[in-house]
Design a protein around this ligand. Sequence first.
Ligand code: C5P
Length: 305
Amino acid sequence: MSRPAANTMIVEAPAKVNLFLRVLGIRPDGFHELETLILPISLADQVEVHAAADPNFRTLSLSLDVSGEDELVRGVPRDEANLVMRAGLALAERTGVLGFADIALDKRIPPAAGLGGGSSDAAAALAALNELWECGLDGPSLREVGGSVGSDVPALMLGGPALARGRGEQVEVAAVCPLSLVVVTFPFGVSTPEAFRWWDEAGAPTGPEPGPLLEAARLGMERVAGSLFNDLEAPVVRRHPEIAEAKRSLLDGGALGAVMSGSGPTVFGVLAGPDARVDRRIEEEIVGLTGRPPAYVTAKGSRAR
Ligand code: C5P
């Protein structure tokens, strides 16, 4: 059977950091109730989607190709364990669409890093497939499909800073000032379910009410830098003390504040402005600790809300 005429879309899938991550407790379904402020950053994967729907095309055919540096792509699944494939299947199931999609991921975001790479790839693929398959789902419906794929996916579909609640799927646009950040990644990953389990086992505490932090995030770098927190950080640091060392290095090197992102191990620091850098000596210390230099990124911010 010949394939229908297809179109191609190339979409950026930004990484995210969590300016705060508050774990309220475990729920009966095993997920944890959260409050978190998710901020897309300028580090991004590229997602190329070549696809078409065809009512005469009696099957649904999805393919995935993954490229990028060896170290980044080694652990990235090519099958249905990849959130991009799950996103395609979930959208097809929701809409009944038949056809095909060939998806190519160019990875630049480290996996299992707390940077939301897999979730953002899925968010980008859903937006592209909704267009190319002409599904016609509106934002909330498409985010509902995203939520069935992963807890971080709906927030990354908002296209800007997002306040997420529930298990992460209840999202609203948040007002956040533009930020300059330094990001330290590690040559190992942390599994999200494990990080949450460690929080449970430690009986770890819940961070402060986010009202003042949300106000600080709207107002400026200095204000927000002092109030960053992540309830998963202490239990993850207990297993990976390098995270605390990296955080200390960033603060010694001039970052205004620093915290672990998501379920880790990535640590980021807030800098005083777009041209700010941590000391050269500290950059070398970080290379010694992680085997890679820190990355300087920006977050656009949003005035909405
Ligand atoms: O939703 P997602 O597939 O990204 O979640 C991965 C795992 O992380 C879940 O299976 C669960 O163990 C844990 N998790 C959680 N509470 C959340 C989000 C994730 O316990 N709010």
